[in-house]
Design a protein around this ligand. Sequence first.
Ligand code: RB5
Length: 149
Amino acid sequence: MKIAIAADHGGFPIKDELTQLLRSMGHDVQDLGAHQLEPTDDYPDYARYIGQAIQNEHADRGILLCGSGVGASVAANKMKGVRAGLCHDGYSAHQGVEHDDINVLCLGARIIGTALATELVKAFVTAKFTGEKRHARRLEKVQAIEAAS
Ligand code: RB5
């Protein structure tokens, strides 16, 4: 799977470990920065990079990291075609894909450690949208909201 990952200064401390994890799982990972700790950088810039990677199909899924994961998810969900979920528990990390077809996982590196982040990333990337009728119907309604905005 093609996966893009990006982090502001709040998410930077766990980005490299997650990148290595994904590569060890055989994924094609694009690291969209920050490539070094930039203490004054802004999470919306990285949300844009991840969103653009999804929109132009350079990535199937994205991992977006900030301090809490909140700003990252707010910003990413402004981009058409992005369905970002802030998931700090294992159930949400896979159910968000299976039912809601999220394509971006947001994590807050100030909230969770690398061990939990690793489990969440594994759950997210191995999950598949079920395509069941009720989930497809709800997804279409979400897409209709986006189209009307
Ligand atoms: C950056 O200091 C921090 O505000 C940001 O990483 C994120 O937590 C915002 O939601």
